[in-house]
Design a protein. Structure first.
Length: 428
């Protein structure tokens, strides 16, 4: 197929990594002469980047693909992403899907589209993900303000509930030179904040003579980007040196996102996580002793197989005791091919959702407490380039979301704002 002049629409499901990769696919196709359009504008080609983190995410992916095929029967439908790598045949069975590309092949959409009419499409284009050694740099920017920069991909941890290592392969990283070049590129586009993103971001630098701390020190010296954040970091990889560095850094914001997953040591063992809850608590205490106003977001999973009522209560009480700012709560999802399926005790759907609600209530209390702690302070807010209803929104250095009446002159600027209760918002 000659793709020059074709209209292409992009739809992304899932995490920030997927958003950064869709952007990179889009830039490649635009350079090949395609025109980017919205999904309602009768595109010739749709690129759908899917997620496989839960069964709900996969179901959403299937529904979306069917909907797009139904409304655009003439269009070519290209499906990429974790779901496409893990369940390619299942997707190809959906009538109307033209191409399914795996973890490596998705960065070569142009090639596969050009050969579309001459290649039989009953088979997915997919590689052995564990043989993947090369790293594809990617970065996204939805507006002119913030950018998600992928510095690492894959994961060697194999937590018992997780399919990501099977979808993305072994841990591998960009080189510091690639990252510095990407940072210069996005700075030239007017981006003010870069979020360093990966599957296991703290594992950055594996098999290279560098590590995340060394990279952070290099980035802190560039001065081309005003703010950096780390999207998420495993507790065992969040060293005291990284915390101390953030405490004294010019450009790394006082903001941590750390996956705990369970506050019960027994459940952590079932999950095959690499730390105890006591170790996790020392990390929180170190952050708070050095940076009292740091925002700490924590991921948890509720209703994991093997999580008895007693284990859950123990976990909940531990989480309640932590000086953190917000929880991101996910109901445990059964994933085909994972070790967790060998654990006999299954938590019912109803009970799982009850546990999710309990943890969300703790999260609400913690966020309100954190807001109260910071009320009255004056902090730098980076306002985003979009109008939300009648408002303009932005984030403080320590990740408090602020909302002011819309004023276009604030967009993409860092402005000192006094944090009055009425301008703080709890929306994500
Ligand atoms: S660290 Fe565990 S949960 Fe995170 S991607 Fe790796 S295997 Fe999955």
């Amino acid at each position: 197929m000659d793709i020059a002049g074709k209209k292409v629409a992009y739809i992304t499901l899932g995490c920030k990594l997927n958003f950064s990769e869709t952007s990179t696919i889009r830039h490649g196709l635009e350079e090949a002469g395609t025109l980017t359009v919205g999904e309602k504008e009768h595109a010739d080609i749709f690129v759908i980047n899917t997620c496989s983190v839960t069964d709900v995410a996969e179901k959403k992916g299937r529904q979306l693909i069917r909907k797009i095929v139904h409304h655009n029967p003439e269009a070519y439908i290209v499906v990429v992403g974790c779901y496409a790598q893990l369940r390619a045949k299942e997707i190809l069975d959906i009538e109307g899907v033209s191409l399914v590309l795996g973890a490596h092949e998705k960065f070569n959409v142009e090639h596969y589209l050009k050969h579309l009419e001459t290649t039989a499409q009953s088979e997915p284009h997919s590689c052995d993900v564990f043989k993947l050694a090369n790293f594809n740099l990617a970065y996204s920017f939805g507006d002119r303000t913030r950018c998600f920069l992928k510095i690492q991909d894959g994961c060697d941890y194999f937590c018992s509930y997780c399919t990501i290592p099977y979808a993305r392969g072994k841990s591998r990283s960009a080189t510091p030179e690639q990252i510095l070049q990407a940072v210069r590129d996005v700075a030239a586009k007017g981006i003010k904040e870069v979020i360093l993103t990966g599957v296991n971001t703290g594992d950055f630098g594996r098999n290279q003579p560098t590590d995340l701390l060394a990279l952070m020190k290099q980035l802190d010296e560039t001065d081309e980007i005003e703010r950096f954040r780390i999207s998420s970091i495993e507790p065992n990889l969040l060293t005291d040196e990284i915390i101390e560095f953030v405490a004294s850094s010019k450009h790394f914001m006082p903001h941590f996102h750390i996956p705990l997953q369970s506050g019960s040591n027994e459940v952590l063992k079932l999950m095959r996580r690499r730390y105890t809850r006591e170790f996790f608590a020392t990390k929180i205490n170190t952050i708070k002793s050095l940076i009292p106003d740091a925002f700490i977001g924590v991921d948890t999973i509720a209703g994991m197989r093997g999580e008895t009522e007693d284990y859950f209560k123990d976990a909940r009480d531990f989480i309640e005791s932590l000086d953190i700012s917000r929880l991101h709560v996910f109901p445990y999802s059964e994933r085909q091919g994972t070790k967790a399926l060998e654990i006999p005790l299954v938590v019912s759907q109803e009970e799982k959702h009850r546990r999710v609600s309990e943890l969300l209530a703790i999260s609400d209390r913690k966020l309100h407490r954190f807001h109260r702690q910071c009320e009255g302070q004056t902090r730098p807010v980076l306002f985003e380039d979009t109008k939300v209803g009648q408002h303009i929104c932005g984030f403080t250095d320590n990740y408090i979301k602020v909302r002011l009446p819309y004023d276009p002159t604030l967009a993409n600027r860092i402005v000192s704002v006094r944090l009055e209760p009425e301008i703080l918002t709890v929306e994500d």
